[in-house]
Design a protein around this ligand. Structure first.
Ligand code: ADP
Ligand code: MG
Length: 396
């Protein structure tokens, strides 16, 4: 156990929490793992909460609490002795987090921010009511409302579940003619959002960090390529005009201020052919599109999050070289056999990250690699050589 176990009665979020304090991370996936690695590098003591004993983050943390996210008693125990609690994914109930805040535990980003980011209806209403641009949408309470929407909503459209969606799960693209009952069933949620289908010219994300006193730092706009609604590749710097990149950065920072986030906020956006940016999603945590920062930036998104929630000074977001990150999904493990890592590692500027997951299911994020180049063309060329080894189509 860490000897530094002091919990303030009311969370004073302006106090700094220097190492070797204890950081509690709810969620033990790859984001938690990379957060834990960076926290350990800084000398923190790391405690993970996850239902799975051998979760990716539990493998690298000092301690793991194994239990369900709705086990209030265990979450309380877990929080005892943590100087700050954060989370690595949105699909957890805000109730236990609110309880912790009431008891004086510091939780960053706050449960209020999580409540908005984890629910598409709240997220869209937040964006709309604060004048942030997003795709036209309709909130649907039931399948009948979907049938009625078919009359005047513009199609194609995207039907998404209000809650628990990730990596394209709970999403259905709808053409003009569709079977409402079937679509609703496929979407699988209790409530839904019908969203205009965006023929974007690009997808991008901006990851920014905000401190309690309002300071912010942002990584430059990242270009994201998806396959089957799952992130496939991220390119940084994204291939946008300086004006678009700046506009995207400003938009993300403005949203972070509106939400009063303490920690990271990732803003996913669509770029329309007209040059207009539309906000797609918000995530108050490290983001898959920012994995390249681990190897390509002075201070990674994970370290930046730790610095912000512990109120340490911001780190530099400087990127050493152009970078491309490719997700390694379970699809590449044929009959459970790993891809040929040695062949992949023949490229000396390729950094391989495997998350320690044992079941390589289709669509499951098992790892990623990042390639650095002297320029972006060089990085993309080398990426395509690596993609060929995995049987992936080239990117252009
Ligand atoms: N309205 C839309 N128009 C076009 N493509 C979309 C739309 N909504 C989602 N997509 C595609 O699906 C991907 C995943 O959707 P998103 O809303 O970000 O959900 P999640 O990442 O939580 O699964 C997006 O990054 C984009 O590629
Ligand atoms: Mg998304």
């Amino acid at each position: 156990m860490n000897p530094n176990q002091i919990i303030p009665k009311t969370p004073n979020t302006t106090l700094s929490i220097p190492p070797p304090a204890t950081i509690g991370i709810i969620g033990g996936g790859q984001l938690g793992r990379m957060l834990a690695i960076e926290a350990k590098k800084l000398g923190y003591y790391v405690r993970i909460f996850d239902p799975q004993r051998n979760a990716p983050a539990a493998q690298v943390a000092d301690e793991a609490y194994i239990g369900h996210f709705d086990d209030l008693e265990l979450i309380q125990k877990f929080a005892q002795g943590c100087h700050v609690i954060t989370y690595e994914f949105e699909n957890i109930s805000t109730r236990p987090l609110c309880d912790l805040v009431e008891k004086g535990v510091r939780v960053s980003p706050s449960p209020d921010v999580l409540a908005i980011a984890q629910n598409r209806e709240k997220e869209k209403n937040f964006l709309k009511s604060n004048g942030f641009p997003c795709a036209d949408f309709l909130i649907l309470n039931n399948v009948t409302e979907l049938s009625i929407a078919a009359n005047d909503f513009p199609f194609p459209a995207c039907l998404k579940s209000s809650e628990f969606g990730y990596d394209g799960k709970g999403q259905v693209r709808l053409e003009k003619e569709f079977d409402a009952v079937e679509a609703w069933k496929k979407m699988g949620g209790k409530k839904g959002i019908l969203e205009r289908w965006i023929d974007f010219s690009a997808e991008l994300s901006v990851i920014c960090a905000r401190w309690q006193d309002g300071r912010t730092v942002a990584f430059g706009a990242i270009e994201n390529l998806h396959r089957n609604h799952i992130l496939d590749t991220s390119i940084s710097p994204g291939r946008f005009s300086p004006e678009i990149a700046q506009k995207a950065e400003n938009l993300a920072i403005e949203i972070a201020h509106h939400l009063r986030v303490v920690g990271l906020l990732t803003v996913e956006m669509f770029l329309e052919p007209s040059g207009k940016l539309l906000v797609n999603e918000l995530a108050p945590r490290p983001h898959n599109s920012g994995h390249f920062t681990f190897d390509a930036c002075f201070c990674s998104q994970f370290e930046q999050h730790i610095r912000a929630i512990c109120n340490l000074p911001p780190g530099s977001v400087e990127q050493f070289r152009p970078a491309v990150m490719v997700n390694l999904l379970g699809d590449f493990w044929h009959q459970e056999k790993s891809p040929n890592w040695i062949e992949l590692l023949n490229e000396p500027c390729l950094k391989l990250h495997l998350y320690g997951k044992d079941q390589p299911r289709t669509g499951r994020k098992m790892g990623h690699f990042t390639i650095l180049g002297y320029n972006l063309d060089h990085a993309i060329k080398k990426t395509n050589t690596a993609r060929k080894i995995l049987g992936l189509p080239s990117i252009t």
